[in-house]
Design a protein around this ligand. Structure first.
Ligand SMILES: Cc1cc2nc3c(=O)[nH]c(=O)nc-3n(C[C@H](O)[C@H](O)[C@H](O)COP(=O)(O)OP(=O)(O)OC[C@H]3O[C@@H](n4cnc5c(N)ncnc54)[C@H](O)[C@@H]3O)c2cc1C
Length: 405
């Protein structure tokens, strides 16, 4: 006998949890099952991120990223206030250190204005120093609405609320979705432990979303390519050199924001992450390797096109990943007085970046339907900030398609 539900969510990262939560709030009488392959929630991208509440200034006006990040940040802050989740709207600065970065800084500012990012201000070298006394820059942007939060704590609270909403809702941990089949009006999910059925399935499988979509016979024309991000943290000696959040002007060719300084909610200051191609989707060390993951990535045409376009940056990133001195050099661009013993190695995270077969990174969030199934196929940063809005968006799309009464 299969377990029957109205909705099944695959993936217990923040996007799956936020989607389940929005369903539970909108349809308190419907039953929801969430399936997570690890023995805890938020164990992959969600639990390894920088913990920043982004404020939407980088993203193309009108894109899903821009809209859902701005809305989602407001909703995330309201959620954190309602449920006493520690967070701090401390603001951040984006800093140009060389004249050649000024044109991009200007573009980011104009983008922020177009996206209505609240309160952004152009600042000069003197104001940079008032905000971050050890930071040296020639011009910058002050973004007062950015902040910090612990997304793992948000995930745990979402899980608690999903179960509270309806006693029939279930979160199945240590269960991996192995197979999806879709008949007329009912779908069957087979895990390593059981079979479940529901009318609607939403797959939010992060680093494995392409595999789940392929199992569901969806033609996606993309692959997830994992990019690891290593962090250092400031030692006790270096800690006084950064107050809050300091970002460089990002390289416009990449969707990553460049190594930056982030005060975490526990008071530590992290530096990073870099962005290095990883041979393992869930590999958190510099030498992590999976034959299956490496083979899939390295036999993908799109990856070789990307490598051929950006081989120089790729080699530099690899060198920096193995050299503390080179990592320090990048950080010294923003805080020149930092010394080698001001930083110490810390954790790493792996980003699920969707890449198409022409070698282009998919920039915007990508969410696709396959009849009664929804697949979240690209939810990189700022998807943690935007998660509650992404969940709300998915519920609204399902309503529009009249898949739920
Ligand atoms: C280094 C780094 C820094 C970042 N910094 C920020 C930031 O500061 N602010 C921000 O907003 N965003 C940030 N992001 C992005 C953000 O963390 C992600 O966009 C977000 O966590 C994506 O959530 P998710 O639920 O889609 O994926 P995940 O958190 O990866 O969750 C997917 C879940 O699906 C599960 N799963 C996969 N396959 C199966 C299966 N077959 N069966 C069952 N379960 C399965 C996985 O175990 C996992 O728990 C960062 C990301 C990284 C990696």
């Amino acid at each position: 006998m299969e377990d029957q539900f109205d909705i099944i969510i695959v993936g217990g990262g923040i996007v799956g949890l936020a989607t389940a939560y929005q369903f539970a709030k909108t349809y308190p009488n419907k039953t929801i099952a969430l399936i997570e392959k690890e023995d805890h929630l938020g164990g992959h991208q969600t639990g390894h991120n920088s913990g920043v509440l982004h404020s939407g200034l980088y993203y193309k006006p009108g894109s899903k990223k821009a809209i859902l990040c701005l809305e989602g940040k407001e909703e995330m802050v309201a959620f954190a206030k309602e449920h006493n989740i520690p967070h701090d709207i401390c603001g951040k600065i984006i800093v140009a250190t060389e004249a050649k970065e000024l044109a991009n800084l200007e573009k980011i500012y104009a983008n922020g204005v177009a996206n209505a990012t609240p309160g952004i201000e152009k600042i000069d070298a003197k104001r940079i120093k008032e905000i971050e006394p050890f930071c040296e820059g020639i011009a910058g942007i002050w973004v007062p609405s950015s902040g910090i939060i612990n997304y793992r704590a948000v995930s745990d609270k979402l899980g608690e609320l999903i179960l509270q909403q309806n006693p029939k809702n279930k979160i199945f941990l240590s269960e991996e979705c192995k197979k999806i089949t879709q008949q007329e009006s009912i779908s069957t999910i087979t895990t390593n432990k059981k079979t479940l059925q529901a009318k609607i399935v939403v797959a939010c499988a992060g680093l494995h979303c392409d595999r789940i979509a392929t199992k569901d016979n969806l033609k996606i024309n993309m692959k997830i390519v994992p990019f690891r991000g290593d962090y250092y943290e400031l030692s006790d000696k270096g800690k006084n050199k950064v107050r809050n959040l300091i970002y460089p002007v990002p390289d416009p060719d990449f969707p990553f924001l460049g190594v930056h300084f982030t005060r975490m909610i526990d008071g530590s200051i992290e530096c990073g992450p870099n962005a290095v191609f990883s041979f393992k989707r869930e590999g958190y060390s510099r030498t992590a390797f999976s034959l299956r993951d490496a083979f899939e990535s390295l036999t993908y045409k799109g990856l070789w096109i990307l490598f051929s376009r950006h081989w120089k940056q790729g080699i530099e990133e690899y060198k920096r990943a193995f050299s503390k001195r080179l990592f320090l050099k990048s950080l010294q661009k923003l805080v020149p007085s930092l010394e080698l013993n001001d930083i110490q190695p810390a954790r790493a995270g792996v980003r699920a970046q969707a890449l198409d077969n022409k070698g282009d990174m998919i920039i915007d969030f990508r969410i696709e339907f396959n009849k009664n199934h929804v697949h979240v196929l690209n939810a990189p940063s700022p998807a943690a900030t935007a998660s509650l809005s992404i969940g709300r968006y998915i519920v609204a799309e399902i309503q529009k398609k009249k898949l739920i009464e």
